[in-house]
Design a protein around this ligand. Structure first.
Ligand code: CAA
Ligand code: NAD
Length: 305
């Protein structure tokens, strides 16, 4: 089925129009898999440069997919899918016809709340709002919207790289309706993903286990116990991980990891997560301050060639 005819075939009250906020690593991937699976997608960010960056990420990834799925017509495959994606810096216009919004902007409670508070005044009453937050409370983000939106708000947490990672965590707040949850499950499955469900707790399932491990790896280097290279080799060959923790930290983004850890420090004060897991790490802070954010900036723990 071509992307356009797949979109027409879903005209039965299900999500068809997806708007994604944030054209970075995650937003680009989410927009791409939406478009690949027949949704009409609008990708929105604050600058044209950020949108261009997002389209570059999508084009590169689509050409990888095309080489496998349509090796004889890589360009045709890619441009057919790209037809399902529009871009805009106008957040109000981006959301006016959306059935589903997925927010994948910077990991800041304030910035996410400001965006959702605005979108709530512009979107259709029936539009479902979802956040791709890694670590923040979905309920606290949802509270930026009016009471009418609370049953249509949930967490929809994708994994990086989105086109390759099968998992999506669906996070319900106490107010998320069963109808919203089922609509999210259905569209997630349509995007070719495997959904799991989790309560609205710091880090949900994967990050609650993964992020303390990543932070502990940085502490190990800071203590001088082993090098990043040896720790990566050890976890790849000794624990069977596809990437060691430092390759993964560079892949996720050191800024994003730092935001997660900072956000959890506030939660530790409330007793929601153990304080010792999120002690500040000066090596992480130093790299972020120097703009060494990982692959997206060309350097993190490793230099990207
Ligand atoms: N776009 C499209 N397809 C991609 C892709 C991309 N950007 N990256 C990888 N793929 C596909 C490849 O084409 C390949 O597909 P086939 O199996 O159909 O051939 C498959 O994924 C595997 O890729 P490769 O063979 O190139 O490379 P690999 O085997 O080394 O896998 C990887 C690459 C999937 C990234 C793997 O290294 C991996 O799983 N790394 C760990 C990633 C991870 O842990 N992500 C979670 C991060 S935490 C997070 O996301 C949550 C958070 O909130 C911070
Ligand atoms: P990123 O830094 O690659 O991209 C963020 C994008 O958001 C940038 O393009 C930025 O311009 C844009 N942005 C900032 N404020 C905005 C606003 N008000 N409106 C629209 N766009 C805005 O970040 P990322 O890695 O894609 O992470 C995005 C979200 O996804 C975060 O909440 C992060 O915690 C979460 N997440 C990240 C990963 C990961 O591995 N990087 C995995 C899962 C979830």
């Amino acid at each position: 089925t071509s992307p356009a005819s797949a979109a027409a075939a879903t005209d039965n009250g299900k999500v068809q129009r997806l708007t994604v906020f944030g054209a970075g690593l995650m937003g680009a991937g989410i927009a791409q898999i939406g478009a690949q699976n027949g949704l009409k997608v609008i990708l929105s960010d604050v600058t044209d440069k950020a949108l261009e960056n997002g389209l570059n990420i999508i084009t590169k990834s689509l050409s990888r997919v095309a080489k496998k799925q349509s090796p004889d017509d890589v360009e045709g495959f890619t441009s057919q899918i790209l037809k399902n994606i529009e871009t805009t810096t106008d957040a109000g216009k981006a959301v006016q016809d959306a059935d589903l919004v997925v927010e994948a902007i910077i990991e800041s409670l304030k910035v996410k709340r400001d965006l959702f508070g605005f979108l709530d005044t512009k979107a259709k009453e029936s539009c479902i709002f979802a956040t791709n937050t890694s670590s923040l409370s979905v309920k606290e983000i949802a509270e930026a919207c009016g009471q009418e939106r609370q049953d249509k708000f949930a967490g929809l947490h994708f994994f990086n790289p989105v086109p390759a990672m099968k998992l999506v965590e669906i996070i319900r707040t106490p107010q998320t309706s069963t109808e919203t949850y089922e609509a999210l499950r259905e569209v997630t499955l349509r995007m070719g993903k495997a959904p799991v469900t989790c309560n609205d707790t710091p880090g949900f399932i994967v990050n609650r286990l993964l992020v303390p491990y990543l932070l502990e790896a940085i502490r190990m280097v800071e203590r001088g116990d082993a090098t990043p290279e040896d720790i990566d080799t050890a976890m790849e060959l000794g624990a069977g991980y596809p990437m060691g923790p430092f390759k993964l930290l560079d892949f996720v983004g050191l800024d994003t990891t730092s935001y997660i850890s900072q956000g959890w420090r506030d939660k530790a004060a409330e007793g929601a997560i153990s304080e010792h897991l999120v002690q500040p790490i000066s090596l992480l802070d130093k790299l972020v301050k120097e703009g060494k954010l990982g692959r997206k900036s060309g350097q993190g723990f490793y230099e990207v060639s």
